[in-house]
Design a binder for this molecule. Structure first.
Ligand SMILES: Cc1cc2nc3c(=O)[nH]c(=O)nc-3n(C[C@H](O)[C@H](O)[C@H](O)COP(=O)(O)O)c2cc1C
Length: 188
């Protein structure tokens, strides 16, 4: 697929076919995705793949997050909310966290976050080329203490994204973007 087509057609899709995604494939895509511009070549990232029992534990954390946000007083409703949140995680074929070192200098912290964001976009495009959809998630689940403990987040690290990957079960229409021309200022 041509690069411009890949960039425009990539979509975040949250519903997946019941088809496995291998560690080897993700590792291979990440090995290409890491070729990003990176000031001072800090290579500040690492990746945590969540599988097996860990995925069940993450799903359980998501249940608790959803319950803590719900306003319902009905046990029946709360059970549905909790089970939906649990299933949302279980049904993701491949799930991993992208983690950054927190650089002591603010400028480099920002630049490290920028490089890692480029990496995630590279990864999403490479995945899309393989017929896979990705979903970058930055909700409470990615940042709560329970998740930090589960993924072994160290004191000098931060989560950049929780990334869901799978073969999409449906297509997704794009939300139109404002043409870049409308955001260009030319100063002569
Ligand atoms: C830093 C970042 C965090 C995001 N976090 C979430 C999220 O927590 N939940 C969500 O539904 N989408 C999240 N998204 C995905 C965007 O909602 C999505 O990219 C946007 O709707 C455009 O859709 P597209 O990716 O299909 O073009 C995130 C995207 C980025 C770049």
């Amino acid at each position: 697929m041509e690069l411009r087509q890949l960039i425009k057609e990539r979509r975040s899709i949250a519903s997946y076919q019941d088809k496995d995604v291998s560690n080897e494939l993700i590792e291979d895509l990440l090995n290409t995705a890491i070729w990003v511009p990176n000031h001072k070549l800090t290579e500040p990232w690492r990746f945590v793949f969540i599988q097996g029992e860990a995925k069940k534990r993450l799903a359980e954390i998501n249940r608790q997050v959803a319950l803590s946000k719900s306003n319902s007083n009905s046990d029946e409703e709360l059970e549905i909310v909790g089970n939906n949140a649990y299933q949302k995680i279980i049904s993701v074929p491949f799930l991993f966290f992208v983690i950054n070192n927190i650089h002591p200098q603010e400028k480099l912290r920002e630049e490290d976050y920028a490089s890692t964001s480029c990496l995630i976009q590279n990864f999403s495009l490479l995945a899309w080329e393989q017929g896979l959809s990705t979903f970058w998630k930055s909700g409470k689940l990615a940042y709560c203490e329970e998740t930090a403990e589960l993924i072994g987040l160290k004191g000098n690290e931060r989560v950049v994204g929780q990334i869901h990957v799978g073969y999409p079960a449906k297509s997704q229409s794009p939300v139109p973007r404002v043409p870049a021309q409308e955001r260009i200022t030319v100063i002569n």
